[in-house]
Design a protein around this ligand. Structure first.
Ligand SMILES: NC(=O)c1ccc[n+]([C@@H]2O[C@H](COP(=O)([O-])OP(=O)(O)OC[C@H]3O[C@@H](n4cnc5c(N)ncnc54)[C@H](O)[C@@H]3O)[C@@H](O)[C@H]2O)c1
Length: 263
């Protein structure tokens, strides 16, 4: 196969959750540019409405989805099939990271983190895989985990870190389960990526703004490449995992963190 064809994913159909902003929007932008038809599913209706205008053309549809709610899972797959006739790639990107020390954590916040970051991701993967099995041509599921799946980055992320550790474990087990159907399940572990989410002051975290700034500065100083990542740093790795270049990869975790885990 010619090298150009190895990376050619044009004509595929994809779903990107949490694709209205941040890393998700970066992924949508690259997929659309690569000629992929993309359903952007996000809970933020306002941001979702501006997605087509923020892209330079391409075939894109939007859907309001709260991934923590059961009624959204099959609906999202059906919407993609109805819009594009098939589903080839699912990118599970939607996630939240409220920074609340465990000593101040309430059960409702903990449940919410798990419902969005892990349960929603798992059941949307199930619905996607059932559709891919029906199509009989395999598929790709790409889960956005975190370096915190492997190692804590800062205090206040115990619920988040355990949910993302779960994403990594889920990725491996589900990869084994659906391998006979040619469905490849991989994960990406981003380090610190500058997004709308990381730019927000962390309301309710218990940390002051000054403390937060200090923590972020300390975090960046520890990155060997000395910069926060960009959503596109993650999007380009999604392109790779969605392409034939990654044909022999399943149950893998690709760390994309500027070397952070080495520091
Ligand atoms: N930014 C980082 O430094 C970083 C590092 C490691 C991992 N990640 C992971 O990358 C993913 C994206 O992070 P980000 O920084 O771009 O976040 P962000 O907050 O900037 O964007 C997240 C997007 O997900 C959507 N979303 C939130 N809850 C949802 C729900 N219930 N249903 C559907 N959509 C929902 C939001 O509306 C938003 O569009 C998350 O899974 C996050 O844990 C981020």
């Amino acid at each position: 196969m010619a090298t150009k064809s190895v990376f050619d994913i044009s004509g595929k159909a994809a779903i990107v959750t949490g694709g209205a902003l941040g890393i998700g929007f970066g992924i949508v932008t690259r997929l659309v540019e690569a000629g992929v038809e993309v359903l952007v599913a996000d809970v933020n209706k306002e941001a979702l409405e501006t997605v087509p205008n923020r892209l330079k053309g391409g075939k894109v549809r939007t859907l309001v989805l709260d991934i923590s709610k059961e009624e959204g899972w099959e609906k999202t797959i059906k919407a993609c099939v109805s819009d594009f006739g098939k589903l080839d790639i699912l990118v599970n990107n939607a996630g939240i990271y409220p920074q609340v020390p465990m000593l101040k954590m309430d059960p409702a916040t903990f449940d919410k983190v798990y419902a969005i970051n892990l349960k929603g991701l798992a059941f949307l993967s199930k619905a996607a895989a059932l559709q891919m099995i029906k199509q009989g041509k395999g598929g790709r599921i790409i889960n956005i985990a975190s370096i915190d799946s492997l190692h804590p980055s800062m205090v206040g992320l115990a619920a988040y870190d355990s949910s993302k550790g779960g994403v990594w474990s889920f990725t491996k087990n589900f990869a084994v389960e659906v391998a006979p159907h040619g469905i490849l399940v991989n994960a990406i572990a981003p380090g610190g990526i500058a997004t709308e989410g990381t730019a927000q002051p962390l309301a309710g975290s218990g940390f002051t703004e000054a403390q937060m700034k200090e923590m972020m500065a300390g975090f960046t100083a520890r990155i060997p490449l000395k910069r926060m990542g960009d959503p596109d740093d993650i999007a380009k790795v999604v392109l790779f995992l969605a392409s034939d270049a990654a044909n022999y990869m399943t149950g893998s975790l690709m760390v994309v963190d500027g070397g952070m885990l080495l520091s």
